[in-house]
Design a protein around this ligand. Sequence first.
Ligand SMILES: [Zn+2]
Length: 274
Amino acid sequence: MDVFHFSDLAIPPEARARVAQVRDPALWLLENKAKSYNLLDQGPDGSGVDCPLCRNKGFVAELDPEGPRMVVRPCACRERRRTALRLKACGMLDRARLLSFEAFRTENPMQSRMKELALEWLEAQNESWLVFCGQSGAGKTHLCTAAFVQAVSRRRLDGEYMLWGPALRELRAEPEAAPRLLGRYKEAPLLYVDDLFKGRRDLPISDWELRLAFELLDYRYGCKLPTILSTERSFPELVSLDEAIAGRLKERCGRFLINVTPEPGKNFRFRGEG
Ligand SMILES: [Zn+2]
């Protein structure tokens, strides 16, 4: 008479492994603990990143192959999430999506050179400043934004965005809060000053505005804090407005300074001032 043995059954290897695990209650518990952790849903955190793997917790649980324990490791979405939250904190998240390097159209050699320079600045990964001066309409703001976003992401820096005109109005309107507000811009690990000295060209820039610009930029100059700056003023104009400011810009930029001036009639031309 044939005797039936369980071992005679053709059990697929996965099922055999599963049975073996269930036989080990400690391992089974750990596995379920990891599974439960991974099913916890954190919900949206405002970063706009929706990750099915970690369910927006930023961490994934798994069994440690080295020993019978559960380990929690950072999820691949974590850096994207951090960058998005950093950009959100300085109000740049929506602009970051629109004003990327990929979306920048180069229509002439000047714009190609501008893009190249912004990318070189990014690669340099040091405390140099990036400054685009001169004629509007050349894409200065687009490229400065793209460089800012990438620097926040790659260097893992908290950044501040300072749109000159509105920031000035805010500082003027709240004199008591002004030192704190200005301090935020002065001390930001990365700062993007957009449209420095924007205003009517037939009106002189006030001493107050010049002093404020000097205080901000001199502080960042002294602390070697990376700064991105765009302005419609040409570099020679900056020199005539305030030599000390222009001098600091030039020194911190090195070769990462572009001055865009329109040719009479049509094209732009550019030249580095470094
Ligand atoms: Zn994730």
